[in-house]
Write a new protein. Structure first.
Ligand code: FCB
Length: 444
């Protein structure tokens, strides 16, 4: 059968983030991030991995761009490490840090690869954490100052700008379970981290508009359908949907927080709604809901919730135990945003992928090929049904430091030998290169 053609101009790319690939955590004046601090504490990251050397991308960046060019990628999404730009999180600019990203963008443009830039992918400067991190309102303003510096330095970025990567993960895992940096487990701080990241997003969008650059800007939200599992679970699933999706979509797209995310009922965040109300000042929601040029969606899978609000496994998981693989959930997510948020801007998918380990001595990763194919089919289907999706970035270009999971899970299209730093495209990279070349998704 005919492959599913993607619209002209649809960008097929791959993504990374600074902490996960760069290494060189003390080079050229870079400051310390919360992930350096967190990873240095034994027991926090599996196998004791740290951000150094990671995939040593700080030194292999040009080779990595060549690799992308060899694969024919249309776009590359990377993040800027705030501690390279402002080592203490505020004040003076570290020019050497700026220069690294300037060179990277120049080479990408030269090779015809559209750069997409995430301003914050979890590596908060440690001195800001020492003053409360995202639980502190001031961090939102510091983030906007930093964003203005980066936008000024890279005014020619042609792909989307993303303010904050997955504010949900930072709030729930960084400040809720404490499994990620900064390792805080406090529900009030967790709720504060939600609001202050969204406020930081809004203030960064303001700074972006004020800079007068011609680019497009949005926020990267990880969304997932929540399914009721078993008898009497419908209400809990609706509340869990508020927690997983609407607590972020509603303020950004309609300027209001949902009223069912916080409380003591099954599926809710166990916090008094007054905790959130007390954080929201006059004008905040207008700032947070300023019009965007794109909405970036990151999709990994779905969740099931029982009547007690507990997670239930409904679909097979990958090497990442939290990932319940269900490709149709991506179609549902894309159409849901279109249907429930009529004012939403065009969509881009900034992450989608699966960990899959190649057997020793091979480059075979059939599970990743099957995953990417099935999900890209759902993207093409949504586009055919009229959803305005403009881009798709596979997570990830390279094997990397998967946060608290360290180096065990292999998320890359390209294998990285962390000892020699040798890069080897996997079968999935060759398969994806073909999809990019055909600009169409094969049915099998
Ligand atoms: C997302 C993160 C990304 C990567 C993938 C597997 O939550 O944004 O950095 O860790 O998961």
């Amino acid at each position: 059968a005919e492959p599913m053609r993607l619209p002209d101009g649809f960008v097929l790319g791959a993504a990374t983030s600074a902490f996960q690939v760069e290494g060189s955590t003390t080079a050229d004046g870079r400051g310390t991030s919360i992930w350096d601090t967190f990873a240095a504490q034994p027991g926090n990251v599996r196998g004791g991995a740290t951000g150094d050397p990671a995939a040593d991308h700080y030194r292999h960046w040009a080779q990595d761009v060549d690799l992308m060019a060899d694969l024919g990628l249309d776009g590359y999404r990377f993040s800027v490490a705030w501690p390279r730009i402002q080592p203490t999180g505020s004040g003076a600019v570290n020019q050497a840090g700026v220069d690294f990203y300037r060179r990277l963008v120049d080479l990408l443009l030269e090779r015809g690869i559209e750069p997409a830039v995430t301003l914050y992918h979890w590596d908060l400067p440690q001195p800001l954490q020492d003053r409360g991190g995202w639980a502190a309102r001031d961090t939102a303003s510091r983030f906007a100052d930093y964003a203005a510096i980066v936008v000024d330095a890279l005014p020619d970025v042609t792909g989307p700008w993303l303010t904050i990567n997955e504010p949900k993960t930072t709030a729930y895992v960084g400040y809720g379970s404490g499994y990620h940096a900064p390792g805080v487990s406090d529900v009030d701080q967790m709720v504060a981290a939600v609001h202050h990241q969204l406020l930081g997003h809004g203030l960064a969008v303001q700074a972006f508009r004020a800079s007068g650059v011609a680019g497009r800007i949005g926020i990267a939200l990880n969304l997932q359908p929540v399914y009721a599992a078993g008898a009497g679970a419908d209400d809990a699933a609706v509340r869990a949907d508020a927690v997983e999706n609407r607590l972020f979509l509603d303020p950004v797209l309609v300027g209001a927080y949902p009223d069912d995310a916080l409380g003591d009922r099954p599926g809710q965040i166990p916090a008094d709604p007054a905790v959130l109300d007390a954080l929201v000042r006059e004008g905040d929601l207008a700032t947070i809901s300023a019009p965007l040029d794109v909405l970036a969606i990151q999709y990994y899978g779905v969740t099931g919730v029982d009547s007690g609000g507990q997670n239930v496994q409904l679909y097979p998981t990958s090497d990442a135990p939290w990932q319940q693989v269900h490709p149709e959930g991506l179609y549902e997510t894309l159409t849901r945003v279109r249907d429930d948020y009529p004012g939403a801007p065009p969509l881009v998918i900034t992450e989608n992928g699966i960990p899959d380990r190649t057997p020793e001595g091979t480059t075979d990763d059939p599970e990743r090929v099957a995953f990417l194919r099935a999900h890209l089919q759902q993207v093409a289907r949504a586009v055919d049904d009229g959803v305005d999706v403009r881009a798709y970035y596979a997570w990830s270009l390279l094997d990397n430091v998967e946060w608290a999971e360290g180096l065990d899970q292999r998320w890359g299209l390209v294998h990285v030998d962390f000892e020699s730093q040798e890069r080897t495209p996997k079968a999935s990279a060759r398969w994806y290169a073909d999809v990019v070349a055909q600009h169409a998704v094969p049915l099998a």
